[in-house]
Every structure is written in structure tokens, then in C-alpha cells.
Design a protein around this ligand. Structure first.
Ligand code: ZN
Length: 152
């Protein structure tokens, strides 16, 4: 598979599943909120250039496929879900060199900037997502319509 670079530090496969990548190719970018990549780049830069992971199915033997856009098949058994992942308006971010709770805290410190510059609207409580072994959890960020960043 040819990886498709879609911003300075991110490839398309990091935002969509293998199925969507294969079917839509570069057009799959249309499925994501257009603030996702600029916001990821800004977070990465503010953290000193650390590597950030959303999906990792395309490299390093990772298994995350649905940490960005989730296609309809993902919700077959949960078809009334209104998760913003379904609309390309949410990402679950991990970092191999910063533990998830610390990553959460450092992103939360940027919330004013991320809200005003990119429209960040929601951050999931880290206590709900610290269950994964490799990264010790993830930080869910979404672009819900909101006057401020909601912690939920
Ligand atoms: Zn999420």
C-alpha cells in the first residue's frame, strides 16, 4: 500500500481504516473535519515535536483502525450511535513517549488555543480511556459545536 502524506507529519492511513483507505484513497480526506490535521500539527508542535498516533494499522504492526473516521460498517451493531468519530469530527490521540494521563493534561493546557484556533469542542475524561496497554489509553478530542471545550 502506498501511504499518502496529507500534512507535514501525518498520512491519510492515520485517520481512516484500511477499508476506507483502499476504497476512497485521497478522497477519504473529505470524510474528516478539515481542522483535524492543522490541530494535530499544532498539538505536535506545542509538545516539542513528539510523535502522535491516531491510527497505526499501516505501520509498526499497530492495530488501531478506528481512532479517526469510523465508517458505517463499524456501527452495524450500534447503528444509532452519534459518536463524532462517525462524522469525521473526532480523533483518539496517543503518544509513544508521553503517558496518556500526562498527554491529556498537556493537551488540556492548550484548550483555549485549540478551541479558538481549531474549534475543539470536547475532550473525554482520561479516566474513561486509560484502559489500553500499549499506550496506557488515549485522548479523545472532538469538534462538537460548543461555546467552550466540554470535558465529558
Ligand atoms: Zn474517541
Amino acid at each position: 500500500m502506498r501511504r499518502i502524506q496529507v500534512s507535514k507529519n501525518f498520512c491519510l492511513d492515520e485517520l481512516v481504516s484500511p477499508r476506507v483507505h483502499e476504497k476512497w484513497g485521497e478522497n477519504a480526506l473529505l470524510l474528516m473535519d478539515d481542522k483535524v490535521l492543522p490541530m494535530l500539527e499544532a498539538i505536535r508542535k506545542n509538545l516539542g515535536g513528539v510523535p502522535l498516533t491516531v491510527n497505526n494499522w499501516a505501520y509498526g504492526g499497530g492495530t488501531y483502525q478506528h481512532s479517526g473516521f469510523r465508517e458505517p460498517e463499524y456501527y452495524k451493531r450500534n447503528s444509532d450511535s452519534l459518536s463524532l468519530h462517525r462524522f469525521g469530527r473526532a480523533i483518539d490521540v496517543k503518544c509513544s513517549v508521553i503517558p496518556a494521563p500526562e498527554l491529556w493534561r498537556r493537551i488540556y493546557e492548550m484548550e483555549t488555543l485549540l478551541h479558538s484556533e481549531f474549534g475543539l469542542g470536547g475532550i473525554e475524561n482520561i479516566l474513561k480511556t486509560t484502559r489500553d496497554n500499549k499506550y496506557g489509553g488515549w485522548v479523545h478530542l472532538d469538534f462538537r459545536a460548543s461555546d467552550n471545550v466540554v470535558i465529558f
